[in-house]
Design a protein around this ligand. Sequence first.
Ligand SMILES: NC(=O)c1ccc[n+]([C@@H]2O[C@H](COP(=O)([O-])OP(=O)(O)OC[C@H]3O[C@@H](n4cnc5c(N)ncnc54)[C@H](OP(=O)(O)O)[C@@H]3O)[C@@H](O)[C@H]2O)c1
Length: 254
Amino acid sequence: MDELSNKVAIVTGSTKGIGKSIAEVFSQKGANVVVTSRNLSLAKEIVKNLNSYDTDPIAIKTDVTIDDDISNLIQTTKDHYGKIDILINNAGYPLTSEYWDSSFTDIGLEGYKNVIDADLLGSIRCCKAVIPIMKKANSGNIINISSTPAIAGHDKGAPYTVAKAGLLGLTKHLALEYGKYNIRTNCLALGNIKSSATFEHFDSKTQQKLANETSLKRWGDTNDVANTCSLIVSDNFSFVNGQTIVIDGGNVLL
Ligand SMILES: NC(=O)c1ccc[n+]([C@@H]2O[C@H](COP(=O)([O-])OP(=O)(O)OC[C@H]3O[C@@H](n4cnc5c(N)ncnc54)[C@H](OP(=O)(O)O)[C@@H]3O)[C@@H](O)[C@H]2O)c1
């Protein structure tokens, strides 16, 4: 039997990059994936591609900054499958120069609010909606997608660092409060993963420089993240809770 057979997994922001790979790998392993995006037709396209697996994926339009969208996401998923086993909080504010390449003082408060609203509050909204269902089932898995600056700090992208650091705290809190309901919450702190959002943001010299910063001397592949996610939510990781796992090719070492 496939590792994630019949599991129901919501992956926020699964039309591109890392979220799309998670949706694919989970489907390969037998999970029924809920593909979400602010763009429904794009989400439906992804679902069409997932239909080659013997699973039952669905697409739901979701902006994680909108409360009603989250309510609809959770209710529709529950109505369709009768349960929710896995939540991957992957959706993140786009990597814009405006917030990434500007200094802390030059970014207006609105910039901080925008990134925190998507990356941190978006994850909190999804967790608040899904936990009562997982609690009732006495079973669940949540993964929050964070970033290495949340651990090591960085001299750029302050809104991202602040929002992603909040996810580390959220992970620890949920693990400690809901572990007794067999809900495991873990976090991934990602280094440079080759999605179009990041890789293409940099010129080739910077791409190479960033690769050289890692002990493995390369960018991560989106599947590197997706494969780790599928392991963490599997029973092989059943005693791991509240941890942040760094996936960065060996740069930030704990
Ligand atoms: N790639 C890296 O090197 C790296 C490093 C560290 C952390 N991360 C984190 O990993 C996650 C995925 O990154 P990625 O590189 O794959 O980015 P990406 O290619 O830009 O994908 C981001 C996804 O998030 C969705 N999204 C954005 N804002 C949203 C919102 N308000 N509501 C719902 N969905 C929203 C997008 O979907 P739509 O536009 O279709 O709505 C898209 O599917 C992010 O949380 C990012 O911060 C990435």
